[in-house]
Design a protein around this ligand. Structure first.
Ligand code: ZN
Length: 551
């Protein structure tokens, strides 16, 4: 471990052949068959989350096609060795994320006309291809139309939706999934054995769950823990570095839930928050724990690969009825879904814990609404009402039809006016609409009918597009800009897709006709605000929170 040339674990233990790959079995098998039958394609697109093996498979494939032996890749011949050491002249690796905006990529791709010097194939591995500069993309497209016999492109991306459809259609696409926890655990154990490091089940489980399906992340986390405590992998160390809780601590928390000991439950939870736990992860861990408790009950702990330690599960299985486990899981799942766009996740999760102590079957969906200044309040909405509101992303043709009418000076003027939105936070008539629009940026608008904005998340865009919010928003526009405008919203991710589609279709002249916008006209009327009533309801249901906070 110690030495001048320390190499990260994920590099040291990177698979050198297909048989060592963790997960992605269908991809490995397909590629192995293609190699055996000499049916290699000219362009591959590897899609999937980070650390799931895309560039590793790309390198193994590069080795296999250029290998001089029968058993490909052999990892011994000159070619295999050169690729292993990163010195093979015909393997060109490009990280588009760091080469973006320069012409290097284009130059490299244009060198495709020179035949390979050492091997049979010249192989381009382009990582994060969606981030490549426009000139690079054009060079790539041109080459992909008529690739020379000796060239293979392996494109990798974490975000296939940003890759031009014209590129995708020329590639064989493989989708890399997250690696399952058991395979990650197996790999971590192998590495620990080879590095002669002591460990326990809980630590390994913790790392594998932190890695969230990424093998590279798993080994990087392991690296960091070992740097902190070189001889022994210790769950306390991991908890400290990553701000997470042990299985015992989670079981204690669930016990308070069961005993309806609200004071201790909230005290313990506040302690975790002070330690900086990741709430989403905490919530997922509780779900896994409860799920395994159910399985433990049904199987008596036999014949199933548990992620959590069996002795702990047996305690939990004894304490909790199956029905209760299911009820808690369903509450946690419901909360998880909404944590993503809650502005104060810890207060939100606290409410979930309070609901967990309430064993009545009647369920209330908690919907967070941000109110005056910074303090969030909670609005309680009957479940049926939330279900009724159906949200859908705006149709691509509809949005393109808006974009073709966009006017730049208007956009700048509206953007400037949007900076005054916080002025309306204290005004009951406009507060909610101002909040919905507060984190948006103006994508396009015309002189008098529409404004298209983008938001970080699709859920935020949904709030703006919701038909029942339309009047409030148009009313605010009238106040802010002096005329009624319809506001349409898209998520940032969708905006990027729309913009590449717009560029593509504008280059080949296939943009749609302008979308007709019928502006809503506002008749003056009084807006009733019921936030006081909501606050009263909230206090009646969970008064404890307020009392504890005031200590
Ligand atoms: Zn070889």
């Amino acid at each position: 471990m110690i030495g001048l040339a320390y190499q990260a674990l994920y590099r040291t233990y990177r698979p050198s052949g297909f048989e060592e790959m963790a997960g992605q079995k269908h991809i490995v098998k397909t590629l192995e068959n293609a190699i055996k039958q000499n049916k290699i394609g000219h362009a591959y697109l590897f899609c999937g989350p980070r650390g799931t093996g895309k560039t590793t498979v790309a390198r193994i494939l590069a080795k296999a096609v250029n290998c001089e032996s029968d058993n490909r890749p052999c990892n011994e011949c000159e070619s295999c060795q050169a690729i292993q050491n990163g010195t093979h002249p015909d393997i060109i690796e490009i990280d588009a994320a760091s080469n973006n905006g320069v012409d290097d990529v284009r130059d490299l791709i244009e060198k495709v006309k020179f035949a390979p010097t050492m091997g049979k194939y010249k192989i381009y591995i382009i990582d994060e291809v969606h981030m490549m500069s426009t000139s690079g993309f054009n060079a790539l497209l041109k080459t992909l139309e008529e690739p020379p016999e000796y060239v293979i492109f392996i494109l990798a991306t974490t975000d296939p939706q940003k890759v031009l459809p014209t590129i995708i259609s020329r590639c064989q696409r493989f989708d890399f999934g997250k690696i399952n926890q058991e395979e990650i655990i197996k790999r971590i154990k192998d590495v620990l054995d080879q590095e002669h490091i002591e460990s326990d089940e809980e630590s390994i489980q913790l790392i594998s769950s932190l890695a969230d399906g990424g093998m590279r992340d798993a080994l990087s986390i392991l690296d960091q823990c070992i740097a902190f405590s070189p001889d022994k992998l210790d769950s306390d160390v991991i908890n400290e570095i990553y701000g997470i809780t042990t299985v015992d601590e989670k079981i204690n928390l669930l016990r308070y839930v069961k005993e309806k000991d609200t004071i201790n439950l909230l005290k313990l939870y506040r302690k975790y928050i002070t330690q900086g736990i990741d709430i989403k992860r905490f919530s997922n861990d509780l779900i896994d724990l409860l799920k395994e408790a159910i399985i433990y009950k049904r199987t008596d702990g036999e014949g199933y690969n548990f992620i959590n330690p069996k002795d702990k599960l047996s305690v939990l299985a004894n304490d909790f009825e199956e029905r209760t486990c299911f009820r808690l899981i369903s509450l946690l799942l419901e909360t998880n879904e909404k944590l993503r766009f809650a502005s104060n996740a810890s207060a939100y999760f606290e409410l979930c814990l309070l609901q967990m102590t309430n064993d009545e079957e009647e369920k209330i969906v908690v919907k967070e609404v941000v109110r005056e200044n910074v303090k969030p309040i909670i609005q309680l909405t009957p479940k049926a009402e939330v279900k009724k509101a159906k949200f859908e992303a705006l149709d691509m043709e509809f949005v393109l039809g808006l974009l073709v009418q966009g006017k730049k000076p208007e956009r700048e003027a509206v953007s400037a006016s949007f900076r005054r939105l916080p002025d309306y936070y204290l005004d009951d008539k406009f507060r909610m609409a101002a909040k919905w629009l507060s984190n948006t940026s103006v994508v396009a608008c015309d002189a008098d009918s529409f404004i298209l904005v983008s938001c970080g998340y699709a859920t935020e865009a949904d709030l703006i597009n919701d038909e029942s919010h339309k009047e409030a928003i148009v009313r605010l526009m009238k106040e802010l800009l002096g005329s009624e405008r319809n506001v349409y919203a898209v998520s940032e991710e969708y905006r990027n897709r729309i913009i590449s589609e717009f560029k593509f279709r504008s280059s080949n002249g296939t943009l749609p006709a302008p979308t007709k916008v019928e502006v809503m006209r506002i008749a003056e009327k009084v807006v009733v605000d019921n936030s006081m009533e909501v606050e009263e309801k909230l206090k009646a249901i969970c008064g404890e929170i307020f009392e504890i906070e005031e200590e």
